[in-house]
Design a binder for this molecule. Structure first.
Ligand code: WQD
Length: 339
C-alpha cells in the first residue's frame, strides 16, 4: 500500500517512514526541507535498504500534491508537514495559520479529487492546555490553545471533524502526541533541532556534548513532587509504530466515513529533574544545570491515559525512558562525530 508521508524528512516523519517500510508499506515522502536536511534521506535509505521516493516541495502547492497522489498511486496519507515552534508561532501567527491550515486544506481537497480518503493527522497534547485531571483521556476537554501553534492543531481537528460530519467518505484518525524524544537505535536518523533547542532532550544532549554550557531547568516551584514540570516522554520509534497501527486500523474500518482522536503517549509522567538524573545515570556524563525562572506558557504537568490507544489501535509504547535517553545520547554523539 503506497502511503504519502508529508513532512517525511522531519523528526517524527523520518522515523515513521522507517516503521512503514518495516510493516510492509511503500512510503513516499513530500517535504520542503524547511525544518530538515537531505542527509535524513540517506539515513532512511541506509536503515531500510531501499531508496524511498522523495519529492521536494510544499504541501500548499495543490498541483504538486495532486500529481504525487496520482503518479504514486497513493492509497493513504500521513500528514506531518507543519511548523511546530511554539514561541515562533506567537511571533508569526499568519505564517503558522497559512502553512499549517493551508496545507491541510490543500491536502484534503486534492485527496477528495483523486478519491483517496484515508488520513492520519499529526495533532498534539497541547490541545488539552492545562488539564484539571490527570492522566488526560481523549474526553478531557480541549481548552483554548495557549499558542498559535496549538490553535492550528485544534482548528485542524475541527476541520477534519466537520469534513467527516458532512458525510464525505474520509476515514481519519488524529493522533495527539505527547513529547516525542530519542532517535532510531542505529543513530542514522534522529532529531535535528535548528539553532538553540527549545525542547528539553536535545538541550540536555547538546549540554552533555559540550555544545551548550549548561541546562536551565525552567522552574522548580511547581506543585509537583520535586517542583519541576512533568511530561510524558515517548520514544519516537514507539510514536512511529503508533502511526502504522493507526493506518492499519483505518484499513479495517467498515464505516463509510470516520473521524476520531487518540492520545499517543506512554502513560508515564517524568519531571525535568528526573530526566536530568536519569540522563546522567545512562550517559555517565555530568550534566551542568541550574534552576531558572519558569518558562511562560509551560503547564505544571501532563501525561496520557493510554487505554484508548491500546484498545482501539491495539498499540502500546514498548520502549522505556532509559531507551529514549540512551538513543538520544547515541545520536548526539554520532552528530558530534559528523561535524
Ligand atoms: C519539556 C519540559 C520545560 C527546555 C513542546 C510543545 C508541544 C510539542 C512538544 C510539538 C518543560 C522544560 C525545556 C529547557 C527546561 N511540540 N525545559 N529547560 O513544552 O512540553 O512541549 O514540545 O508538537 O506542542 O509545546 O516540551 O521539551 O519544550 O519542555 O526546563 O531548556 O522541559 O519547561 O517543562 P513541551 P519541551
Amino acid at each position: 500500500m503506497n502511503i504519502l508521508v508529508t513532512g517525511g524528512a522531519g523528526f517524527i516523519g523520518s522515523h515513521t517512514v522507517v516503521a512503514l517500510v518495516e510493516a510492509g508499506y511503500q512510503p513516499v515522502i513530500l517535504d520542503n526541507f524547511s525544518n530538515s536536511e537531505k542527509s535524513v534521506l540517506v539515513g532512511i535509505n541506509q536503515i531500510t535498504g531501499r531508496t524511498i521516493p522523495c519529492y521536494e516541495g510544499d504541501c500548499n502547492e495543490a498541483t504538486l500534491v495532486r500529481s504525487i497522489l496520482e503518479k504514486e498511486s497513493i492509497q493513504g496519507v500521513i500528514h506531518f508537514a507543519a511548523y511546530k515552534a511554539v514561541g515562533e508561532s506567537m511571533e508569526q501567527p499568519l505564517k503558522y495559520y497559512r502553512n499549517n491550515l493551508g496545507s491541510l486544506l490543500v491536502l484534503l481537497e486534492e485527496m477528495e479529487k483523486v478519491g483517496i480518503h484515508q488520513l492520519i493527522f499529526s495533532s498534539s497534547c497541547t490541545v488539552y492546555g492545562e488539564p484539571e485531571h490527570l492522566p488526560v483521556t481523549e474526553q478531557t476537554p480541549v481548552q483554548k490553545a495557549m499558542s498559535v501553534y496549538g490553535n492550528t492543531k485544534q482548528i485542524g481537528e475541527e476541520i477534519l471533524r466537520d469534513v467527516v460530519a458532512a458525510q464525505t467518505p474520509f476515514k481519519i484518525i488524529a493522533l495527539r502526541y505527547f513529547n516525542p524524544v530519542g532517535a532510531h537505535p542505529s543513530a542514522l536518523i534522529g532529531e535535528l533541532p535548528r539553532g538553540v533547542p527549545n525542547n528539553l532532550i536535545p538541550f540536555v544532549t547538546q549540554t552533555a556534548a559540550g555544545i551548550r554550557k549548561e541546562l536551565t531547568v525552567f522552574g522548580s516551584d511547581y506543585a509537583t513532587a520535586d517542583g519541576s514540570c512533568i511530561r510524558d516522554y515517548i520514544h519516537v520509534m514507539d510514536l512511529a509504530e503508533a502511526h502504522v497501527a493507526a493506518l492499519h486500523k483505518l484499513g479495517q474500518l467498515q464505516e463509510r466515513s470516520f473521524y476520531d482522536e487518540v492520545n499517543v503517549g506512554t502513560g508515564v509522567g517524568n519531571s525535568v529533574l528526573e530526566i536530568v538524573e536519569s540522563f546522567q545515570e545512562i550517559s555517565k556524563v555530568p550534566l551542568p544545570y541550574k534552576i531558572g525562572d519558569r518558562r511562560s506558557g509551560d503547564i505544571p504537568q501532563i501525561y496520557a491515559d493510554v487505554q484508548k490507544s491500546e484498545a482501539f489501535l491495539g498499540w502500546k509504547a514498548s520502549r522505556s525512558l532509559k531507551d529514549s535517553l540512551q538513543d538520544a545520547w547515541r545520536w548526539q554523539q554520532k552528530l558530534a562525530a559528523r561535524s
